[in-house]
Design a protein around this ligand. Structure first.
Ligand code: GLY
Length: 126
């Protein structure tokens, strides 16, 4: 794995850790403010910007105990752009006990003077 690929894996893990912890500041610091996304919560619409994502960090349940793992990552670097694809496994507690859910994620990153910034994501339904 190249240095850039290793960096992209690390920022992807940091991003998921911020989501799991409900740490908005850590999440926002890794993202471009014009980030775009397709994710199940958007019901098939393209969402632009961070406000949509902040809504979930502000919910009372945000940061509840859960753990995201990156499985089978594929990381491609094209100049200053990185494409990170993987299966995300999320372990969490429910009233019926612990469960694991899986989804496919593609995350695009752009190298800037401040490090890698997350510019686009696409997540499948679980
Ligand atoms: N819903 C925000 C993210 O997965 O990055």
């Amino acid at each position: 794995m190249s240095t850039a690929q290793q960096e992209l894996l690390e920022v992807s893990q940091q991003l998921l850790k911020a989501i799991d912890a409900g740490d908005w500041n850590a999440y926002a610091a890794l993202c471009d403010e014009r980030i775009t996304c397709f994710e199940p919560e958007a019901e098939g619409h393209l969402v632009v910007g961070l406000a949509f994502h902040k809504f979930y960090f502000d919910l009372p349940g945000s940061g509840q105990r859960r753990l995201s793992s990156i499985s089978s990552p594929h990381i491609d670097v094209q100049g200053d752009v990185g494409v990170v694809c993987y299966v995300r496994l999320v372990q969490k507690e429910t009233e019926c006990g612990p469960v694991t859910v899986a989804s496919n994620e593609t995350r695009i990153w752009r190298r800037t003077a401040d490090g890698w910034k997350h510019t686009h994501l696409h997540r499948s339904p679980c």
